[in-house]
Design a binder for this molecule. Structure first.
Ligand code: E4P
Length: 224
């Protein structure tokens, strides 16, 4: 499972990419609006930080299919053809995904809450579908079961569309999504940090340090 970072914050992106083996960045209108800055320069800066070989998913702002396509084409022309254009899985979005697929523009169907939305998006030519796990759980649904269903459907019909798990509330949901065979997930910087933390790891590292220093002091291996 690949890890993508769900933010448009440049400082968070720089920091996380220096540490974690990330595959890319996803944004949406909510995340972008938090940055309160010019949109295209921000997208260009994100691309520059992460590099051209990383995945960059950028969401359209329009809700109408022709406008979605126009925005998507603008993004591809102004940035690069490697980007994934995120399109909400509505009727208008489905039309846009089909048109963008014809044009060779890569898409991610977003705000997916059912297996059938995912299957329709895949049939329309979406490269990724993004099921919202935590939001579905909060509505009384089962986000992990949804991921499992979508993975099963795509395997069953031999579809190449991939599953990008999105909307997480805790590390356990991420672990469950991995076990459900999602191809990728997108998560917040805070959750990414939480994934690596365990008190026993910190205690173990501290004990290694103390034991080493009892015999070798502050000297390093290359000084011995
Ligand atoms: C993904 O496409 C979305 O940006 C995101 O994961 C939604 O997460 P939220 O439910 O925490 O806002």
């Amino acid at each position: 499972m690949l890890y993508l970072l769900d933010t448009a914050n440049l400082a968070q992106i720089k920091k996380a990419f220096a540490i974690y083996p990330l595959k890319g960045v996803t944004t949406n209108p909510t995340l972008v609006s938090k940055e309160q800055t010019d949109f295209m320069p921000l997208m260009k800066e994100i691309r520059q930080i992460i590099g051209i070989d990383q995945d960059l998913h950028i969401q359209v702002s329009s809700l109408e299919n022709e406008e979605m396509v126009k925005e998507a084409q603008y993004l591809v022309d102004a940035l690069d053809p490697n980007i994934y254009v995120k399109v909400p899985i509505t009727k208008e979005g489905l039309i846009a995904i089909r048109e963008l697929h014809k044009r060779g523009v890569k898409t991610t169907a977003t705000a997916v809450f059912t297996g059938q939305q995912a299957l329709l998006a895949a049939r329309a030519g979406a490269d990724f579908v993004a099921p919202y796990i935590n939001r579905l759980n909060k509505m009384g649904g089962n986000g992990i079961a949804l991921v499992r269903e979508i993975v099963t459907l795509f395997e069953q019909y031999e579809l190449t569309t991939k599953v990008l798990g999105a909307s997480f509330g805790c590390s356990e949901q991420i672990q469950e999504t991995a076990l459900a065979k999602a191809h990728a997930i997108t998560l917040s910087p805070a959750l990414l940090e939480a994934l690596l933390l365990h008190p026993a790891t910190e205690q173990g590292v501290q004990k290694f340090k103390e034991d080493w220093e009892k015999i070798y002091g502050k000297r390093k291996i290359y000084e011995l």
